[in-house]
Design a protein around this ligand. Structure first.
Ligand code: ACO
Length: 345
């Protein structure tokens, strides 16, 4: 019997657009304050993609180009590309198709995954199956969102939360048994009512009325989503820990979806992890939806050592939630130094 190959994350790269929107600037746009946003969410600023005609694919392509460059991989070597996004450039074709064209990857399978903020972990789980069954050897998973394209900047309850960005990882068959050890993806469609975009899909196609009524923006009932996020993030982390015989003191890094600092702290506390072992980037990027987890890996790359145990956990619209247990495959400090991406911390 052939033993399925384990997928290892062998590189990570990220991109955030240069324009920054601070809490102070938001306080001029809506009735809010730096103190409220910082205290209730942990966010201080977020990056916003500006420029006509630039969509999610622009940021994703930047992240993928960087990934190819830093690993010396030719576009022709990639077997599969999956893009996790909630803000595709267009209804069709997929953003994954567009990214491939932009970076010169041709004649491979590429598709988008829609699972709101859990999409990156859903995509990692899917990608690992292609490696396990031997049909792909080099797979790119990119999580990217231009949340500013679906945010109502007159709604203080949502406009302070989100930012734009992209993060990409390269997956390859593990050489030494490290890699994606376990994953769990879950959903509950009854949760849609609390977090969705009403218009622009087939249920309510765009019309003058839908635009007038501002129905193309994120609708979120924050308190309901918060309650479910707190419960599910901890639940999925606990399930992954139990079935892999992991205790809090055995986990080197929690890599949580970045929606609210309080949700992150609560998840860490329930797992028995001190905050020094939790990746946090929400202060500078906000909630970039599918990009939060790969951007965390990119930001903390220099600190990651081979064999480190990482628990990745996400919760988002749908509702969806997911957990992935990873044993890190390479010395992040060397990758950062070698590639000179200037992110050594
Ligand atoms: N500035 C000042 N006051 C505000 C702001 C703001 N930006 N936003 C809301 N408020 C007010 C509300 O109007 C309310 O006032 P009221 O009591 O007079 O009615 C008060 O603050 C409290 O509002 P809550 O919504 O109860 O505030 P809460 O402490 O819950 O924080 C937040 C709101 C930050 C949105 C929180 O609920 C949250 O983080 N929710 C979860 C978000 C999440 O996890 N999303 C999932 C992923 S996103 C995805 O999948 C796309």
């Amino acid at each position: 019997m052939t033993i399925p190959a384990r997928a290892a994350i062998t590189a990570v790269h990220g991109y955030v657009p240069p324009d920054v929107l601070t809490n102070a600037e938001l306080a001029v746009m809506v009735d809010t304050s730096d103190a409220w946003i910082t205290e209730r969410t942990g966010i201080r600023e977020r990056h916003i993609l500006k420029g006509e005609g630039l969509g999610t694919s622009h940021m994703a392509a930047e992240a993928v180009r960087g990934l190819l460059q830093k690993t010396g991989t030719a576009p022709g070597e990639i077997d599969l590309l999956i893009c996790a996004t909630t803000t595709p450039d267009m209804q069709f074709p997929s953003t994954a198709n567009l990214i491939c064209d932009m970076v010169g990857i041709r004649d491979i399978g590429s598709f988008d995954v829609q699972a709101a903020c859990s999409g990156f972990l859903y995509s990692l789980t899917i990608a690992s199956q292609f490696i396990a069954n031997g049909t792909a050897r080099k797979v790119i998973v990119v999580g990217a969102d231009k949340m500013s394209s679906i945010i109502d900047y007159t709604d203080r309850a949502t406009c302070v939360l989100f930012g734009d960005g992209a993060g990409a990882v390269l997956l390859e068959p593990s050489a030494d048994g490290t890699g994606i050890m376990d994953s769990l993806i879950r959903s509950d469609g009854a949760g849609w009512i609390h977090l969705h975009q009403k218009a622009g899909g087939s249920r309510m196609p765009a019309s003058a009325k839908s635009v007038d009524q501002r129905l193309h923006y994120v609708h979120q009932e924050g308190a309901a989503v918060y309650k479910h996020a707190i419960a599910r993030m901890a639940e999925v982390a606990g399930q992954i820990m139990t079935r892999n015989n992991l205790r809090g003191n055995m986990i080197d890094w929690l890599v949580p979806h970045q929606a609210n600092k309080r949700i992150i702290e609560s998840t860490a506390e329930r797992m028995g992890l001190p905050m020094e072992r939790v990746m946090v980037t929400i202060n500078k990027y906000g909630n970039t939806t599918n990009a939060t987890i790969p951007l965390c890996l990119w930001d903390y790359e220099a600190k990651l050592k081979p064999g480190n145990k990482l628990l990745l956990a996400a919760f988002g619209g749908g509702f969806t939630w997911a957990g992935v247990y990873v044993q890190w495959a390479y010395d992040g400090a060397k990758a950062v130094k070698f590639n000179g991406n200037g992110k050594a911390s």
